[in-house]
Design a protein around this ligand. Structure first.
Ligand SMILES: Nc1ncnc2c1ncn2[C@@H]1O[C@H](COP(=O)(O)OP(=O)(O)OP(=O)(O)O)[C@@H](O)[C@H]1O
Ligand SMILES: [Mg+2]
Length: 141
């Protein structure tokens, strides 16, 4: 099966960057396009402090530096990567973005920034697995 558009949600963790590398490798074999997505976690109690401009700016700056890491990986693999940054509840935005961009595969890490935990699969990945509109490839370290 050939995938045309692969979505790789990244949170800056090594797990997610490994998933990006795996996604790009697949894309290079199949001629697919890849979009890396960072979701600024504006959820729960964070919603209120996002009203403070400096806080919001700092979150976006962090997001940009995470996307820079993704750009570097793509550059080192000689791959033309698209990147996006959005705010909201990460799993919801990941599912919405996969729908909007018509992605036919999501590649993500089994864990993220909060790992290592006792859980084998992080909560964001669990929720994406439950609600994704397309297949999900979970990359384990
Ligand atoms: N804010 C985010 N933006 C984009 N992708 C994310 C984001 N958070 C997590 N992900 C994706 O989900 C994968 C798993 O991370 P997840 O958050 O589920 O686990 P965790 O951080 O180890 O645990 P926790 O459930 O405590 O957050 C990451 O490797 C990444 O692909
Ligand atoms: Mg997490």
């Amino acid at each position: 099966m050939v995938y045309h558009h692969i979505l790789v949600p990244i949170d800056g963790s090594q797990h997610s960057l490994n998933a990006l590398e795996a996604g790009i490798k697949m894309a290079q074999e199949e001629g697919s396009i890849v979009t890396a997505l960072y979701v600024v976690p504006k959820a729960g109690q964070l919603v209120e402090i996002f009203a403070i401009k400096d806080v919001k700016d700092a979150f976006y700056q962090e997001g940009e530096s995470i996307l820079d890491k993704a750009r570097e990986i793509a550059k080192s693999m000689n791959f033309n990567l698209s990147v996006r940054i959005n705010e909201g509840t990460p799993y919801k935005i990941i599912i919405e973005t996969a729908q909007t961009l018509n992605c036919d595969l999501i590649v993500m890490g089994n864990q993220g920034r909060s790992g290592p935990s006792k859980l084998l699969i992080g909560s964001c990945t669990q929720r994406v697995l439950a609600g994704a509109p397309c297949p999900v490839l979970v990359v384990r370290e």
